[in-house]
Design a protein around this ligand. Structure first.
Ligand code: TRP
Ligand code: ZN
Length: 876
């Protein structure tokens, strides 16, 4: 641990770079044995940091760079003038201004970490965020060093007809031995993390977009020839995003070309490289037959996200990686607004809250808890987290509600205008908000600095005599690693009051039925006058702040909120709270009898299923009980078996009692329409498949699922049916046949097969680990492909909690072994897989002890990567 700690990077150590790079000229000679990278850096001293001490120039690099030659101003450098240590290059007596040329050999074909230049199937591609560029050549690999780039790519013309980099192509040459070259120029100064290179035999789908000022932009999506028919949805999403950013933020695209390339091997979803976004195929390719509704929506959101980065990330970038949420939090907020506008805002909000509660709240309660602006890290790749992204987006969302839409837009205009072409900090963003609105955001800034999920406890008092209703709010925030005794946050709480008929009270003399209450103090009250009877408060409408809110509702009050509130989020959340109560009391958890909440949930669902004009998408969400990962989010005493069993009995008893209603809804929603990934249809399919999931506990379900599996013409229905059959103990034969048929039908479609792997790995059946071991030996499984790892190992350990947490520890041993393997292959992916083990403190014995033992053994491994050791060591 000591060794690891000494390599930590601290925010307080940030210093401006002593050197700048005005121009970067690169030449890549792509070969099968190795690739030669020639780099000419036009370097000069940073006038802002100039001091008389002649310090050496340190360039970031890596042990994988094989240095061929190094020269300054075209003169070879003697061995005494530089040194190479731990991959870093030091130039001892740099002058004021010079051109540094280095030639290095690298081996992209051996780069299984997918960080830097690497190969995915038959193509070359790159991933440089956050610090991958140093695996390509020696450089000042930090986001505040911005340079214009010229990139020449030389490669065999037959194997690599397409050669891409950032910006515009400025020169093409036919060379000897069947090679060719293309040179690209990117006129916008950018940090190295936004550099990209692609070479391969790729097909291209092309379209055009005319910007608001009338410039015509060529839009190009590059994919393997076989996938050319699956690009339409991504292209439409791109055009919608471009138009939306113009109308909503006044942001226009700035180059003549915008390219997207899809690659199979990719650590994350996609990457916003300037003018040349590189995507995981799973985030681009779509076809109703092999793509689920969820994926269609995910593709739309990711295309938008990466496109929006052109302004929030590229034109205005981050000063250092502690500012990561500056671009990610803001851009997630922007893509969520976009998705809400394109689809249903309520559904989008509920999905986001559900995701935040399941993943970010757990992260914030765990050993990797960190502020949205962290103070230190060992490996920056470990900080691409739900906290930086999703909690960061929630903070921007709170700024949006505090300022109002109009002021918020003025503030972003000011921010983009003021900082265009700069590398800035979160503070610069907040200051733009402050300068525009005149609102003092001093206390609000704590959201960026303090980690942990705030808890807001609310109590109420009603006086019939004075017709007065008073709410008292009290906030606290649990201690998190390195942080104790936190200061109170500014928490915006949107609220309304309902009477017993579910009608909204007027809350003030103006007649508002909803207000935004600003909780500033540790304890604070608000009173409402002329309230004729004891009201039911609807608190935190729209989930107006990322907090845990407690109010002692009666079960009946929750039922009323779920039926009558004006806010879809509140209606959904009331159902969630009712369901949670079933698991809260040990007597509920272990008892044999049904509990009162179960009865109320049942009547709530009965009413819901009888309502005529309800949005099917919302009904589907309300019918979905909290998932096991969320039910495991407790400080201690988590018993995976008890939770799983209780959830199953709850579902089966609901299914039994709702039987006929569910069946009717299933058939009503199953009317045939030509498939379209439109949100109206998506809602219908979502309700149908949610209902089918319940029906699996009844006699009828198995036949319905089998029929649906056979007859469906789209992946949403087909995969839902397969999942139902695989998870049901009474349909073993159908499950086997369906699994085989699915494989036979889709074995040539990688993305469809990922779903196949995922469904089986997440199966609740008892023998799943045995099946998972078989899947790992399947000819289509490849541990070097992150999507496959996520589909099998990630899905088993992250979603299949009943099987992962087997009493005998086989699930933990399984994960430990695969983390060891991934440590050598792809540490970034390995580190993400460790997370379920780090939650060992929550669990009852023997789970906690066995999980801890697995971590302990991992920590003792020689050659443990920084990525994995940071997560492992912090958790012990
Ligand atoms: N900036 C990317 C995004 O927001 C994130 C990303 C893509 C990334 N690939 C990565 C981060 C690899 C770290 C490592 O979508
Ligand atoms: Zn992003």
């Amino acid at each position: 641990m000591k060794d690891a700690l000494s390599e930590m990077v601290h925010l307080e150590d940030y210093r401006e770079s002593e050197f700048l790079i005005d121009k970067t000229e690169l030449c890549f000679d792509l070969g099968d044995a190795f690739t030669v990278v020639t780099s000419k850096l036009h370097i000069r001293r940073n006038p802002k940091t100039f001091n008389c001490l002649v310090s050496p120039l340190f360039l970031d690099g890596s042990l994988d760079l094989d240095l061929e030659s190094i020269s300054i101003d075209a003169v070879l450098l003697p061995k005494t003038a530089y040194s190479l240590e731990g991959g870093r290059l030091a130039i001892f007596e740099p002058s004021e201004q010079f051109v540094l040329q280095t030639i290095v050999n690298i081996k992209p074909q051996d780069n299984t970490a997918l960080n830097g230049l690497y190969r995915s199937r038959d193509m070359f591609c790159s991933q440089c965020e956050a610090e991958g560029f140093r695996n390509i050549t020696f450089y000042l690999d930090r986001p505040d060093v911005m340079s214009i780039f010229f990139t020449k790519i030389i490669a065999d013309k037959k194997k690599y007809p397409v050669l891409l980099s950032n910006g515009n192509p400025i020169n093409r040459e036919e060379l000897d031995n069947g090679t060719h070259s293309i040179t690209w120029q990117d006129p916008f100064p950018k940090p190295s993390y936004l550099f990209a290179l692609v070479a391969g035999k790729l097909g291209c789908v092309e379209d055009r977009f005319v910007t608001s000022s009338g410039r015509s932009v060529s839009l190009q999506i590059y994919v393997e020839e076989k996938d050319l028919g699956k690009c339409e949805h991504a292209m439409n999403s791109l055009k919608k995003s471009m138009r939306w950013d113009e109308t909503t933020y006044g942001r226009e695209y700035d180059l003549d070309i915008f390219m997207i390339v899809a690659v199979d091997d990719f650590n994350m979803g996609a990457m916003e490289n300037k003018g040349l976004n590189i995507f995981n195929t799973s985030a681009v390719l779509a076809d109703p037959k092999i793509t689920t509704d969820a994926s269609f929506q995910n593709i739309e959101a990711i295309v938008a996200h990466e496109y929006f980065h052109n302004w929030s990330g590229n034109r205005v970038t981050c000063r250092d990686w502690f500012q990561l949420s500056l671009k990610e939090g803001f851009t997630v907020f922007r893509d969520a607004q976009f998705s809400a506008d394109m689809n249903s805002p309520t559904v989008k909000r509920i999905q986001d809250v559900s995701f935040l509660r399941t993943h970010q709240f757990a992260e914030d309660a765990g050993t990797m808890s960190h502020p949205v602006q962290p103070n230190s890290y060992l490996e920056i790749n470990n900080f691409y987290t739900v906290t930086i992204y999703e909690k960061g987006a929630e903070i921007v969302g709170m700024l949006h509600s505090l300022l109002g839409a109009e002021q918020f837009r003025s503030a972003t205009d000011l921010y983009f205008d003021r900082h265009d072409g700069e590398a800035v900090t979160i503070e610069d963003f907040v200051r733009a908000m402050e300068d525009t609105s005149g609102i003092n955001l001093e206390q609000f800034r704590l959201w960026y600095k303090q980690s942990g999920t705030p808890i807001v406890s609310v109590s109420s008092e009603y006086s019939e005599n004075s017709q007065r209703f008073m709410l008292t709010f009290e906030q606290s925030c649990p201690d998190t690693p390195g942080q104790f005794d936190k200061k109170p946050f500014l928490i915006p709480i949107r609220l309304g009051l309902l009477n017993s008929n579910g009608e909204s009270h007027r809350l003030n003399t103006v007649g508002d039925k909803e207000i935004m209450f600003k909780l500033l103090d540790k304890k604070q009250s608000v009173a409402f006058e002329n309230i004729s009877s004891r009201p039911i408060p609807a608190l935190l409408r729209g989930f107006s702040a990322p907090v845990k809110l407690n109010y002692q509702y009666s079960d009946e009050e929750l039922a009323l909120l779920s039926a009558k509130d004006t806010d879809g989020f509140i209606r959904w959340d009331a159902c969630q709270q009712l369901a949670f109560r079933v698991f809260r009391e040990p007597s509920n958890l272990f008892g044999r009898d049904t509990c009162p909440q179960e009865e109320i949930l049942l009547t709530t669902y009965e009413q819901l299923l009888s309502e005529e004009d309800m949005d099917p998408a919302l009904v589907a969400l309300m019918l979905q009980l909290p998932g096991e990962p969320l039910l495991h989010d407790k400080k201690n005493g988590v018993d995976p078996e008890a939770i799983h069993r209780r959830r199953e009995t709850l579902r089966s008893s609901l299914a039994e009692k709702l039987g006929a209603k569910l069946e009717a809804v299933y058939h009503a929603q199953n009317s045939y329409q030509t498939y379209e990934p439109a949100s109206s249809q998506i809602g219908v399919r979502s309700l149908k498949n949610t209902v089918l999931d319940y029906l699996m506990y009844t006699e009828l379900g198995v036949e319905l699922a089998w029929q649906q599996f056979k007859e469906s013409d789209n992946m949403t229905d087909q995969s839902s049916a397969l999942r139902c059959l695989v998870n049901c103990s009474r349909s073993v034969n159908y499950a086997r046949i369906a699994t085989e048929r699915f494989e036979c039908q889709w074995k040539h479609e990688t993305l469809a097969m990922n779903i196949w792997f995922q469904i089986q790995s997440a199966s609740f059946q008892k023998n799943t680990l045995v099946r998972v071991e078989e899947l790992l030996k399947h000819s289509l499984f490849d541990i070097r492909n992150p999507n496959k790892v996520r589909s099998v190992i990630g899905s088993f350990c992250g979603n299949n909690l009943i099987n992962f947490h087997k009493q005998n520890g086989t699930g933990y041993d399984f994960l430990e072994n695969h983390i060891k393997i991934l440590n050598d292959i792809n540490p970034q992916i390995g580190a993400r897989l460790v997370v379920p083990l780090t939650r060992w403190r929550r669990y009852i014995a023997p789970h906690s002890r066995l999980m801890r033992r697995a971590l302990q053994r991992l920590s003792e491994l020689p050659d443990l990567s920084k990525d994995i050791s940071e997560v492992v060591l912090k958790s012990l």
